[in-house]
Ligand binder design. Sequence first.
Ligand code: NAD
Length: 328
Amino acid sequence: MKIGVIGVGHLGQHHARILNELKDTELIGVYDSNQSRTEEIAYKNNCKAFIEVTDLLSEVDAVNIATPTTTHFTFGKQCLLAGKHIFIEKPICSNLEDAEELVSIAKKNNLKIQVGHIERFNPAIIALSKILINPIFIEANRLAPFTPRGSDVPVVLDLMIHDIDIILSLVKRKVKSIKAIGIPILTNDIDIANAKIEFENGALANITASRISLKRERKIRFFQKDMYISLDYQNKSVQIVKKNPEIDKIMTEIMAGKRQPIISELYNTQKLEIIEKEPLKTELESFIDAMQNNKKPIVNGQDGYEALRVAFMIMKDIDKNRKESNLI
Ligand code: NAD
């Protein structure tokens, strides 16, 4: 596959590096509105530095878009209309109408869209496929220190959307109701937010995202009938706490305080037999595989749209609550 990258900033430089390393891809070149950055990344990866997007499009089969979110639609549409498959960073677009249009153009032209919801490729999340997940309560916390990158959109679109996508992919039910709250602190947009999402099957998710924290934390916990699962996205580990399977046989010892009714198992990547691999590499390999073998991408345009739709439901409720409340 001949590929180009549009936007080679913090994340796009890694797209270019990995696409240059993968054996099934040929990185043709890169384009960035910052010309010296284009040249720097092109030089590092021994590929062309394009001055015009149209020139890049004339030489590739697919494009990775890693520009700021507010520009995703313009580049996404231009690439799709030129007949190119796209990998577009998350969130797919900064509004729902644009996202819907991209999905529809791709469908009409039989092109792939993969959206950069990278946590789907986190080894700890992949490990969950080995564990039966049927959560009734989910608690997610994604806290980060402030950085200007990503602050062109509210924290719900920049950070919370990662957990929204993961939760939608695991619960697989329709959203019944949403209650959310959020406030701007450092920017004019929402910088810290909490959302409670109720699903049609009664499952409840409580998600917090902040881009104004002192420390970085990325955790998600699942409570279900037979176990409690705590997943650390950063450490790529999963801890499972469940009822001791011998509980009936050892009840006397448990009552005497000699044995525990609960057992805990820590699964790190080694124990989960998951090869410690850069999630972005796994993600891009899956995009290439989807294109080469005409498969549905693991996170396709519709998935990106659904995550965005829920994010907008959350932001709508935040707005409503802010207007109704005298506190914020
Ligand atoms: P960044 O600001 O570091 O990089 C953006 C690059 O795009 C810069 O080099 C900039 O010069 C270039 N650019 C800006 N406007 C442009 C335009 N109109 N035309 C061409 N180039 C333009 O930002 P980043 O952190 O790399 O984020 C880029 C995208 O990646 C965002 O959508 C963000 O949400 C997403 N992102 C995803 C993850 C993830 O975990 N999947 C992590 C970080 C960022």
